[in-house]
Design a protein around this ligand. Structure first.
Ligand code: GTP
Ligand code: MG
Length: 544
């Protein structure tokens, strides 16, 4: 642990100057730093230089004197967790300046009692017999065993999800469930979800000191170096937490942006997502510069870190500027294509709705296309448009769109604005809902809210409950009545006839006030079925 000579010296000098003295000791016994505190406390310096990877012990132990021989304090244990020290030791000092009892604690690997650390019974410093190297090696092995069991379960990126808020528990749980889905869609393996209801969210570190330590230990125990917050963090919180913990920190928005960046395939989509990401990042870079300039301010001049961040910031701005230009260019091309299409003067039906509602599945069924369908959030990013050909009536144009989600990130909304703006031309929005979700109501509301935010609230809408096959028929019926909607299953072509009839009706209604488009041939509901030959007319089933 420490040589008798050094222990004696520490005790002697401490007694003489009446201050705590501490040493940071490396694995093989090298003294890395000597720190002098005051009578009751001692402050550890920045240890990031000794970084050993986020889920390993630091390779540094801290031994310091306690003048009254008092046991380890809460701060001592906090340091142990936050800094992931190999061990923390307080060394008592007697009246004559000789070392007395040593109190020590170390972190624990994952355990059933969910304990973060173990405090050992005090021993007389002179009698402490510990082969430190051997002991620390076996402790690290234990840590690794715990981490490996998780690693075997899933080789993906691992993360712990956290929600800290004042809101009601059910609400937090529901939101957490969705965050878990988002993480899964992003290819992240969720090790644990922590929900913490608080009276006040800390403006700096979101959660309290104690909770932060607990979280850190948990991360280390399970070999996780990524934490994802369900709430969006301010630039300050984001930097504070990642600085304090050395963990990678994401918030809800960044997670969604990350999914989007994985999914974007078209040039336009890619540019839009990168723009949103850069715009979200920019204030966070700026923040870091601020903190640094305060640090370097004391010794005058600009620190090297600051200069680099200035450059980063300028680069980001340049890139944003470039991308915006590029986007304009790409969009012009699409504009022209669209102009040609609208000239055809056909009714445009846009399928919108919460993510994973089954929009693309329905789109494929309607237009016999093969756009990507996946049981993941935000499978669709790039809107697809096809003509729905019919033998006996006018064709329709059908559009599949990117899904909505509660708290759709602002920057994303702005970046995707033109895509959403195209929805303005829709003659009818088919608002598709996953009726099997326990959160039907919340999802419908979220979509309605976003439609209003996007100035699309005035467009005629048809509420369609999808995935009826996953729910008991009487429940489906009740929901249909409640929302005045029709129910379908995009996996069952026979439910299309019902949908077609409803669409025609709505288009017919919308036509009356002002002739937005020509609908001469639209009122042939039975003929429609013939267009999809062999599909039975399910009028007998009765509609709400
Ligand atoms: N049981 C059942 N599953 C469905 C139905 N419609 C879609 N699904 C499934 O729901 C999942 C999501 O379908 P998508 O069509 O990708 O949903 P989306 O609304 O386009 O989702 P995003 O593009 O991610 O916003 C897929 O696994 C589909 O197979 C349905 O009527 N019944
Ligand atoms: Mg889709």
């Amino acid at each position: 642990m420490i040589t008798v000579e050094i222990a004696r010296l520490l005790a002697e000098v401490s007694r003489e100057i009446r201050r705590q003295i501490g040493v940071l000791v490396g694995r093989r016994g090298s003294i890395e730093r000597v720190i002098v505190g005051d009578q009751k406390s001692i402050v550890l310096p920045d240890l990031s230089r000794y970084r050993t990877g986020a889920f390993r012990l630091r390779g540094i132990r801290f031994i310091h004197t306690h003048l009254q021989g008092e046991p380890l304090t809460q701060e001592d244990l906090g340091d142990l967790a936050l800094l992931r020290l190999d061990m923390i030791v307080s060394l008592g000092v007697d009246e004559e300046g000789y070392p007395g009892y040593a109190h020590s604690a170390h972190l624990l690997p994952e355990n059933r009692e969910r304990k973060a650390w173990e405090i050992s019974p005090p021993v007389l410093a002179g009698q402490w017999d510990l082969d430190f190297l051997k002991w620390i090696q076996s402790l690290e092995d234990e840590f690794q065993r715990g981490q490996r069991s998780i690693a075997l379960e899933d080789p993906n990126e691992k993360a712990i999800l956290i929600s800290v808020s004042r809101e009601k528990r059910e609400q937090l749980e529901e939101s957490m469930e969705e965050l878990r889905e988002l993480a899964r869609s992003d290819g992240v393996y969720v090790v644990d979800c922590i929900i913490q209801r608080v009276k006040q969210v800390s403006p700096t570190t979101v959660m309290g000191e104690g909770k932060l330590q607990e979280l850190l230990v948990k991360c280390m125990q399970s070999g996780v170096d990524l934490i994802i917050f369900d709430q969006n963090l301010t630039p300050g919180q984001l930097t504070a937490i990642s600085d304090r913990t050395e963990l990678r920190v994401l918030d809800r928005t960044q997670l969604i942006l990350d999914i989007f960046s994985q999914r974007a395939h078209t040039l336009e989509g890619k540019i839009q997502v990168e723009l949103a990401q850069l715009k979200y990042m920019l204030p966070r870079l700026a923040r870091k510069t601020l903190a640094l300039s305060r640090l370097t301010g004391g010794i005058g001049g600009r620190g090297p870190g600051e200069t680099k961040l200035e450059i980063d910031r300028r680069r980001v701005r340049d890139r944003i500027h470039f991308l915006e230009k590029e986007l304009e260019r790409v969009r012009k091309g699409r504009e022209q294509r669209r102009a040609r299409r609208t000239k055809a003067d056909l009714p445009i039906l846009s399928i919108i709705g919460y993510t994973n509602a089954g929009k693309s599945t329905l789109f494929n069924l309607l237009t016999r296309s093969q756009v990507l369908v996946e049981d993941k959030l935000f499978a669709t990013l790039d809107p697809a448009t096809r003509r729905l050909k019919a033998a006996t009536r006018q064709d329709w144009i059908v559009t599949d769109t990117v899904g909505f989600i509660k708290d759709l990130p602002r920057d994303l909304m702005v970046a995707f604005r033109p895509t959403f703006d195209e929805l303005q031309e829709s003659n009818l929005l088919i608002h598709l809902v996953d009726v099997s979700s326990p959160y039907v109501e919340e999802q419908i509301e979220a979509v309605e809210r976003i439609l209003n935010d996007l100035n699309l609230g005035h467009l005629p809408r048809l509420l369609v409950l999808n995935k009826e096959d996953k729910l008991a028929p009487d429940k489906v019926k009740a929901l249909c009545r409640k929302y005045q909607a029709i129910a379908i299953s995009s996996l069952r072509p026979e439910s299309l006839a019902r949908l077609f009839r409803a669409i025609e009706e709505r288009l017919g209604e919308e036509k009356r006030p002002g002739p937005l488009f020509h609908l001469e041939k639209l009122n042939h509901s039975t003929a429609l079925n013939r267009a999809f030959q062999g599909e039975e007319d399910d009028a007998a089933q009765g509609e709400p």
